[in-house]
Design a protein around this ligand. Structure first.
Ligand SMILES: Nc1ncnc2c1ncn2[C@@H]1O[C@H](COP(=O)(O)OP(=O)(O)OP(=O)(O)O)[C@@H](O)[C@H]1O
Ligand SMILES: [Mg+2]
Length: 239
């Protein structure tokens, strides 16, 4: 389980997170929904060690404290971050991007196991298998998103952080991405998903949090949030 307690993060005078607490239990898909500038990316970047909170705790498992660790050590502890805007290495092939995702594991697991992990990613994203020799920069937006997720999986994460995987994609491709997320969930991958597309996120998540101006305003089982009149009005287009 990943547990966030009373997290405060500022950019100078801008207080981006003001006491955020949430839990990501093992094997669950938890979503944080909220509009532009609510603090979603800030939350994930802080968990990954890219930003330093002024206050709060981030605990992985029984008692591993992540606050204060460098990003590569947070990755090593088992947190994989699939960033906003799906950054892949554009001049590297699909396969090489996946191999690069395994760098924290390679020494421990060895080449043969890593190749199995690549096969595993290709099973989840068959499209990537077809394109395995292609340079990542020439993939479509949807394919790059799949690759970014696949690369994150290569580190065998205990928790996968996903920052708006729907961003900039056509609706039909968004369907595909969310279908894959459902599949990852069925395989027992623990995920924290942040999204502006509240309905899509709540369709696939077990539990959700609504973030506004750096504060969690509403939380609950995904099913009940979908029917919460406040959520409907603000994020699901009324009715
Ligand atoms: N580098 C920065 N310097 C100053 N303020 C920042 C910086 N990055 C983000 N902010 C501010 O912090 C707040 C939260 O931003 P954040 O990027 O976390 O929001 P978000 O929920 O991810 O939004 P979006 O859905 O548009 O990606 C916003 O008010 C934003 O303007
Ligand atoms: Mg963001």
């Amino acid at each position: 389980m990943l547990e966030i307690q009373n997290l405060h993060v500022s950019y100078g005078l801008v207080r981006a997170l003001q006491g955020v607490s949430l839990k990501v239990p093992d094997g669950k898909l938890i979503c944080v929904i909220g509009s532009n500038g609510a603090g979603k990316t800030t939350l994930l970047r802080t968990i990954s060690g890219l930003l330093k909170p002024t206050e709060g705790r981030i605990t992985l498992g029984q008692d591993e404290q992540l606050v204060g660790r460098k990003p590569h050590l947070v990755t090593r502890a088992g947190v994989a971050h699939c960033p906003e805007g799906r950054r892949v290495f554009p001049d590297q092939s699909v396969t090489d991007n996946l191999i690069l995702g395994a760098y924290t594991q390679l020494k421990k697991i060895g080449q043969a196991e890593m190749l199995k992990d690549i096969e595993n990613v290709f099973e989840i994203f068959p499209r990537l298998r077809e394109r395995r020799e292609q340079l990542a920069g020439t993939l479509s937006g949807g394919e790059q998103q799949m690759l970014a997720i696949g690369r994150a999986l290569m580190s065998r994460p205990r928790v996968l952080l996903l920052d708006e995987p729907s961003m900039g994609l056509a609706p039909i491709i968004i369907d595909e991405v969310f279908k894959r997320l459902a599949e990852l969930k069925a395989r027992g991958i623990t995920m924290l998903l942040v999204e502006q597309l509240a309905f899509r996120a709540l369709e696939v998540a077990d539990y959700g949090y609504v973030i506004e101006n750096g504060r969690i305003e509403i939380e609950g089982a995904a099913e009940s949030l979908k029917n919460d009149p406040r959520v409907k009005e603000a994020y699901l287009g009324g009715g």
